[in-house]
Structure formats: C-alpha cells, structure tokens
Design a protein around this ligand. Structure first.
Ligand SMILES: [Zn+2]
Length: 423
C-alpha cells in the first residue's frame, strides 16, 4: 500500500475520507485531498483504535481501515460468546451475522470456530470516484456478507483486469445488465453495485423494495450484472496514466499528446470505443468514423480494426452466448433517455417494455441516428437474438457526471432494474 498523509491526493484518499465519515468522524469534504481536517479525523480514529496517533496512514492504521473498507471482520468464537454479544461489539445485528454464516447454529457456537462478522455499515459507497480496485473490494465484501450469491469473471480487459459478474437469483428467467462500456460513464458501476447491495440487504431481511417481492424475483429470475465492462478505461480516467502502462507512449499519442484522460477518454486501453466494436452494422459504423476523420485509436468513437477485436467485447458476447438472456440493459450516461431499436430487428414487445421502463424511470424513449446507432452492445444483442435490448442513458449533463447526481440516478433507475427482471 501507499502511505497516505497530509498533502496526499487521489481516489484512495477519497475512499478513506468517505469511510471515516461513514463511521462517525469528520474528515471534511470527500474530495480526495488529505488536508488538515482529514488528518485530525485520522488522529481521532487512531486514538480510538490504540494506534500511534500521528495522523499518517501507514501499514498499521491501514490494516484496520482495510477491514472496515471490506465491511467485515473474521472472528474466532471465545468462551462465553453469544451472537448477540458479538453483534453488539461490532455495532451490527445478529441477522447480519447469521446471513454471512449460513452453517452456524446460533445456539451451539463452538469455541475457536471462525465466523464472518459484517459491520453495521453498507459496503458500497456512492460518494467516491468508483475505481476498479474499490469495486473489486466491494464485490469481495458483498460475497462475504451474502455467501449465497454467485460471483465470477466473464473475461479480462486488455491489461488483465477481471470483468466481474454478479448473479442475483436462481430462476429460469435470465436477464443481463451491464455498465461502463465508456470510461467517462463510470457512475453506472456504483449504480449497479448499489442496486446489488440494496437488493441483497432487503432480500436477506425478507423485505420488499418498492412493492417488488424480492423472494419471488429470486426464485423466478436470474439477474446477471457486469458493473464495469471497461476497467482499464476507468483507471485512465480516475487514476490517470500509470508509468508502467505497457501502452504509455501510444496512449499519449492517441490522446492527442495529453496525459490528462479525466475529461475525454471513453475508450479501452487500446483506444477502441467498445460500444462501436460489436458486429452489428460495424462497417457502417466504420464508414461514419472515417467520415468524421477518426482513422485509428482515439479517446472516443474508434470502432477497432475489426468487430470484436477487443478482449472486453469478446468476453461480453461470449458471456451472452453462454446464457439465455431474455433481455439486456446496457447502462451509459447521459441524457435520461432509453434507446430500444436497432435496424427494426427488435421484437414487437420491445416498445411496450421500453414504455414501461420510461414510465418507471421518467426517462424518455428515443431513437438514435448516425454513428451512435451502430455496433453497440444492445445493437448486437437485438440483431443476434431478436429479443429486447436497451441502452439506458442515465443522468443529465456533461460526462463524466458529478457524484452529486448519484441519488437522482439511483432513484430514477431502481424500479427499472427491478421490473426488467420480471417483465
Ligand atoms: Zn456511453
């Protein structure tokens, strides 16, 4: 780990600020800048945890913060323990402990037995720049809390990052949601991750969300979610270009000589726009690109040397082929609009379902023209399966959308995400 102290900057500072705030300290604004207030909060945290109160996050302090970031601790049963007592010590609930440890008998705890104790805080934070590393840890944290979910990888990115998927439910009706084909649109990853967490939290407590019976959904449907299709691109946008990136020089060239990727980069690590790389009128897309003057790797809109030239799109199409998806939602930003057509190949019900999505989200139904209407994920799905596929452009404004939009985006889309699994 990197040592963090006064003057440090970045997404790792931001997530620790968010954590400190969540557990009752006051680090100042969650802005990724380690200022005096963050230092004070770290000192207070260190004092409470019998650590050297130097205001610097070194290995000892990080070790404890990391457990909190994962949202659970590993605990060995001591003589005289009860789940109630353990829950009290961890500011959590007995129900959370039982959910995370389906095989324990609360009335017959074995001394020395290893259990997972989830803290009483949520895992997925939505007030921070949501990097791949944060998502990866959140997925691990959710899997520890809710061991009954299936987690896997659909493939790898250019730089070998995993394209994680999470499966909710065990029913025959399979649906597929994905986010972040485009790097600047990374807010769609915490959208899907928060949906997963809220779904699991309510499901484990036998509660409904917005009147939807989650147990019924769980038994009837299987919701497969890949929250981040383009992790390398997100890393470029949020963490910047790393010195050890094997495409270091090329990326600067492709980015028109700039090392700042934070406001422009939509592509993957090879300068390919993944949502123009699917074999659905790919050649038309290519012709339109060339007409726009895009003839090679670029921050946006370059569809690659041939369809499915990229490991990310190859993985997504293979994932679709390995399942039997009744419909697909591909999350993007921005515009508050739902695209539902491709070359008139969509089934007759696609419009009706789209109207339902429009009704529950407040987003309008739209049709795309020109370059944006080819070679996308939902285009390929519609063409290949003649089943409903949607591109959902969440939020409104200039990409990357600010985190201040998160709550509205979440509220607008929560029911859509539920209804798409049963429609
Ligand atoms: Zn997009």
């Amino acid at each position: 780990m990197k040592i963090l102290k006064l003057g440090s900057q970045g997404t790792d500072v931001m997530e620790i600020q968010s954590l400190l705030k969540k557990i009752g300290y006051n680090p100042g604004p969650i802005d990724g800048s380690y200022g005096p207030r963050t230092k004070e909060a770290v000192i207070a945290f260190q004092k409470d945890n019998d650590l050297d109160a130097d205001g610097i996050i070194g290995p000892q302090t990080y070790k404890i913060l990391d457990i909190l970031l994962r949202g659970y601790d590993t605990y060995y049963i001591q003589p005289g323990d009860t789940l109630w007592k353990i829950a009290k010590n961890y500011y959590t609930t007995v129900n959370k402990i039982v959910t995370a440890n389906p095989s324990i008998n609360p009335y017959q705890l074995q001394i020395g037995q290893r259990i997972i104790v989830p803290y009483g805080i949520d895992v997925v934070d939505t007030d921070i720049d949501y990097t791949y590393e944060i998502m990866e840890r959140d997925i691990e944290g959710l899997k520890a809390r809710y061991p009954f979910i299936e987690v896997g990888s659909a493939g790898e990115s250019v730089l070998g990052r995993k394209l994680y998927y999470i499966k909710l439910g065990k029913g025959l009706n399979q649906v597929f949601y994905n986010g972040v084909h485009h790097s600047l649109e990374w807010i769609t990853a915490p959208l899907l991750m928060k949906f997963i967490e809220n779904f699991l939290k309510s499901y484990a407590n036998g509660k409904n969300i917005r009147g939807y019976d989650l147990e019924k959904i769980w038994n009837q449907s299987s919701i497969y979610i890949i929250p981040m299709v383009n992790p390398d691109g997100v890393d470029l946008v949020l963490n910047g270009l790393s010195k050890d990136n094997p495409y270091y020089e090329e990326l600067i060239t492709w980015n028109n000589g700039s090392t700042d990727f934070s406001q422009v980069w939509q592509a993957n690590n090879r300068g390919v726009d993944l949502n123009h790389n699917y074999p659905a009128k790919w050649q038309e897309s290519k012709d339109a690109e060339i007409a726009m003057g895009i003839v090679g790797p670029s921050p946006t809109r370059y569809g690659g040397p041939f369809p499915l030239s990229e490991p990310e799109t190859e993985a997504v199409t293979q994932f679709v082929r390995d399942h039997d998806f009744r419909l697909v939602l591909a999350y993007h930003t921005q515009g508050e609009v739902i695209f539902w057509k491709f070359d008139n190949l969509q089934p007759p019900e696609a419009k009706k379902i789209g109207e339902l999505f429009s009704k529950v989200s407040g987003y309008r139904l739209g049709e795309v023209y020109g370059i944006a209407s080819y070679a996308g994920m939902k285009d390929w799905f519609i063409q290949e399966y003649r089943r409903p596929g949607y591109t959902i452009e969440a939020g409104k404004g200039k990409n990357p959308l600010p985190l201040s939009q998160f709550s509205k985006i979440y509220n607008d889309n929560e029911e859509l995400l539920l209804i798409a699994s049963v429609v």
